[in-house]
Design a protein around this ligand. Structure first.
Ligand SMILES: CCCCCCCCCC/C=C/CC(=O)SCCNC(=O)CCNC(=O)[C@H](O)C(C)(C)COP(=O)(O)OP(=O)(O)OC[C@H]1O[C@@H](n2cnc3c(N)ncnc32)[C@H](O)[C@@H]1OP(=O)(O)O
Length: 241
């Protein structure tokens, strides 16, 4: 990913990712490794500008595109791994959770689902993504407290699989993970993966329109917009301090 300054996902970038996923899914690949070309930031999540004082039609398209990317990513036949070379809050974390394996570079980085801090709630399919990786009890506490884990905590809780010393090491560990499937028939691997991951996909496929309505309702709530205003200000003012 290379969308400076923070690899945030806006509508256009989501379309680009969808096109790339369509393209790679036609190829006979062994696996895909997601990483960032931006030092210290894997992805800062969804672009807050998309849901602060949004245009309603664009907001609906935006969330529908988030859903598309997510479904496509989870549906990929081949192995997916994330070399997390920096912060991975919110959608950055969801992106890594949609992979089968996560290696995170050691450093002063945070990963987790902090949506509640913005006044946004995590939708059921995102919650399911998290509790398929870490235990339900930890998921509940992490989501309700908007907890961002440091690298050691993330390993301890199972949110990441390994700690890497740098980006190259993280990518190598991802490659080693992908090589594990060299002798496994592709269709058996793919079907097993899809069945293991059917809960979040099923929830989303059955509730796509309702999910969009819920996201739009939450985002357009005046108190959520107030929260977002403060959050955007805080991000802007960080540099001035
Ligand atoms: C393809 C993905 C699809 C998969 C499915 C996803 C489904 C996900 C749904 C779940 C819902 C998620 C909701 C969200 O994602 S809301 C966004 C939440 N993100 C955050 O709260 C992170 C906010 N950012 C930070 O905390 C920090 O930026 C950082 C990541 C810790 C990095 O800190 P650092 O000091 O290195 O950098 P800066 O803070 O100075 O940031 C650099 C510039 O980037 C701008 N920025 C950062 N984050 C965002 C953002 N989320 N949206 C818009 N802009 C952002 C920041 O303002 C700086 O801009 P500037 O240089 O112009 O000042």
């Amino acid at each position: 990913m290379q969308r400076p300054p923070a690899n945030t996902f806006n509508l256009e970038y989501l379309h680009e990712i969808t096109n790339s996923l369509d393209e790679i899914s036609k190829q006979k690949l062994k696996g895909v490794i997601l990483t960032s070309a931006i030092p210290n930031i894997f992805s800062a999540g969804l672009d807050i500008k998309e849901f602060y004082k949004p245009d309603l039609q664009r907001l609906e398209n935006f969330w529908s595109s988030v859903q598309d990317v997510f479904i496509k990513l989870l549906d990929l036949d081949f192995a997916t791994a994330a070399a997390i070379n920096g912060h991975a809050p919110a959608a950055g974390c969801v992106l890594s959770l949609s992979c089968e394996y996560r290696a995170m570079v050691n450093g002063n980085y945070k990963i987790g689902l902090n949506e509640a801090a913005l006044g946004i709630i995590t939708t059921p399919w995102i919650q399911a993504m998290m509790y398929q990786v870490i235990p339900m009890k930890h998921t509940e506490t992490a989501l309700t407290t908007a907890k961002l884990f440091d690298v050691d905590e993330a390993l301890q809780i199972g949110l990441i699989d390994e700690i890497a010393s740098n980006k190259e090491d993280a990518i190598n560990r991802c490659k080693q993970y992908i090589r594990k499937f060299d002798k496994i028939p592709l269709h058996a691997r793919a079907l097993t993966k899809q069945r293991m991951r059917q809960t979040p996909i099923k929830i989303l496929r059955e509730q796509r329109d309702e999910d969009i309505r819920m996201f739009v309702d939450v985002v357009m709530n005046p108190s959520v917009q107030d929260n977002l205003k403060d959050y955007v200000e805080k991000l802007k003012n960080k540099k001035k301090k």
